[in-house]
Design a protein around this ligand. Structure first.
Ligand SMILES: *[C@@H]1O[C@H](CO)[C@@H](O)[C@H](O)[C@H]1NC(C)=O
Length: 153
């Protein structure tokens, strides 16, 4: 192997080591037929559920295949058990297009990538979060997953 190949190999290992595939579950009331989500990766994630340090960034990315075409998409994250489904503070309701490939094409795999700042005032503990990406013109066309992480100092 030449030097670049060796470097690429070790960079690949470093990426594998820092981003971990995490457990996900589907969201209530969202049919997986509208959108399938294959895998969510979170970094850093030295153990499960991923411990996310407050005051730091965590990166999330997931592979999804929407069964709908849309050019304007929105994204938000929620506490899974929040009955009001208030969008999570630092994200709010955001344009999803900087984080995915827009427009979406029905049946075509896509990747969502997000750098999430973990606010210092959040409580410590293990919580389920719900992450959504939806068609702005038809919110029933939605990709949704739930994952459990640990917020800690
Ligand atoms: C978090 O990420 C944002 C944008 O990527 C960056 O501006 C900020 O400095 C990062 N904060 C920390 C604590 O790493």
């Amino acid at each position: 192997m030449n030097r670049d190949a060796v470097l690429a190999f070790f960079l690949g290992l470093a990426t594998l080591a820092s981003a971990e595939v995490t457990t996900i579950r589907s969201c209530p009331d969202v049919s997986p037929e509208i959108c399938t989500i294959r895998e969510l990766r979170i970094a850093p994630c030295p153990r499960h559920p991923c411990p996310l340090k407050k005051g730091r960034n965590a990166t999330l990315d997931f592979d999804f295949t929407p069964n709908f075409a849309a050019s304007k998409l929105q994204t938000a994250v929620y506490w899974a058990d929040d009955p009001q489904q208030t969008p999570f503070g630092t994200v709010g309701i955001a344009d999803a297009c900087p984080h995915i490939t827009c427009p979406t094409v029905a049946g075509t795999p896509n990747i969502f990538t997000y750098t999430l700042y973990i606010g210092k005032k959040l409580p410590n503990g293990k919580y389920w979060f719900r992450w959504k990406v939806w068609n702005e013109d038809n919110p029933a066309e939605v990709c949704c997953l739930e994952t459990r992480v640990e917020l800690r100092r």
